[in-house]
Write a protein that binds this ligand. Structure first.
Ligand SMILES: C[S+](C)CC[C@H](N)C(=O)O
Ligand SMILES: N[C@@H](CCS)C(=O)O
Ligand SMILES: [Zn+2]
Length: 349
């Protein structure tokens, strides 16, 4: 994928075809940073590592690529100009860090592809390795994520926050991420209709040609977390021409099946799902607490059902790991890595 991907009606169908019919999204980015020792108790949360440990950010992207991901999400979920400025950074420094989030993910992809090419050279003709395509998705967390008080799990922004406030809050960040060379914009953990509308209008007003996905979160399996129906949110995504996939993230696995059905009532666009582990986020202590959390195996046991319900892109969100992604990858096909052997194709040619 080149610098500034252009959206065409065939962008997502072509990508899915090249991935073998379904694509694998990475897993919990912050979770993997923490597993490597990062302390994310900070208003910037995972985006803090863009300042303190960019090499760790690159390592985590590589972990997910090696686990089989076809799409890696950048460290920009909670990276906002306003959030960086609150830390004392200049506007220019803040914009540079946003751009870096995409560049680091692109570097990880390059390293991964070089490693795959080397492995391929070391293989016999019959084991020739083919690299599955990899997209770099620029993560755009909601306004609630920036607030760093867990309000992306309530969608309650109060009456002072309007459509215009939200558009202005996100405008410059979206422009920078578009110009950084991301293949797709991942609007994730969208908690309410107002923010979905703001994103849709912003994409149109700015004449954005980079493809985008809208991904909502839910805590009851019917509505997004604000209590507004998922089907109405999916309809907003459906009417936005830049949106090439609609889905659900950071939502307990037990709710996903019903939500896929709701989304498909509103749109024919490809459905993506990347649930969390089923645990609950304690925003005050910035930690996850057990609920009836499904472990990796339980999570993965649902994957076939989600595929039968019509989902086409699968991954994990908070508290999932590269092991989850490996298991999803195995559940969807017999291959356990994004480097798939082409031996049968080669032999049959
Ligand atoms: C997806 S949540 C776990 C991200 C962190 C939250 N916005 C916070 O800053 O507390
Ligand atoms: N992609 C985010 C989480 C979204 S809820 C991150 O892990 O940084
Ligand atoms: Zn999450």
């Amino acid at each position: 994928m080149g610098l500034v991907t252009e959206n065409t009606p065939s962008f997502m169908p072509d990508f899915l075809k090249r991935c073998g019919g379904h694509a694998i999204i990475d897993g919990g980015f912050a979770t993997e940073l923490e597993r490597h020792g990062a302390d994310l108790n900070d208003p910037l949360w995972s985006a803090k590592c863009l300042i303190t440990s960019p090499q760790l950010v690159r390592r985590v992207h590589l972990d997910y690529l090696e686990a089989g991901a076809n799409i890696i999400l950048t460290a920009s979920y909670q990276a906002t100009i306003q959030g960086f400025e609150a830390k004392g950074l200049s506007r220019e420094e803040a914009e540079t860090l946003l751009k870096r989030s995409v560049e680091i993910a692109c570097e990880a992809r390059e390293i991964y592809e070089e490693n795959c090419a080397k492995d391929s050279l070391n293989s016999t003709e019959n084991e020739r390795i083919a690299t599955s395509p990899v997209l770099v998705a620029a993560s755009i967390g909601s306004y609630g994520a920036y607030l760093a008080d867990g309000s992306e799990y309530s969608g309650d922004y109060g009456d002072a926050i309007t459509l215009e406030t939200l558009k202005e809050f996100h405008r410059r960040r979206v422009q920078i991420l578009v110009n950084s060379g991301a293949d797709i914009l991942a609007f994730e953990t969208i908690p309410n209709k107002l923010e979905a509308k703001a994103y849709a209008e912003l994409l149109q007003e700015e004449h954005i040609t980079t493809p985008a996905w809208f991904s909502f979160n839910s805590k009851d399996g019917i509505n997004v977390v604000s209590g507004e129906p998922m089907v109405e949110c999916a309809a907003i995504a459906d009417s936005c021409k830049q949106v090439v996939a609609v889905g659900i993230n950071c939502t307990p696995p037990r709710y996903i099946h019903g939500l896929i059905t709701s989304i498909r009532k509103a749109t024919e666009k490809p459905v993506l799902i990347y649930p969390n582990s089923g645990e609950t986020y304690d925003a005050e202590h910035k930690e996850w607490v057990p609920s009836t959390g499904a472990v990796d195996e339980d999570f993965v046991s649902y994957v076939g059902k989600w595929r039968d319900a019509g989902a086409l892109l699968f991954g994990g969100c908070c508290r999932t790991t590269p092991n989850t992604i490996r298991a999803i990858s195995r559940a969807l096909s017999d291959k356990s890595s994004a480097c798939s052997t082409l031996s049968s194709n080669v032999n049959n040619k």
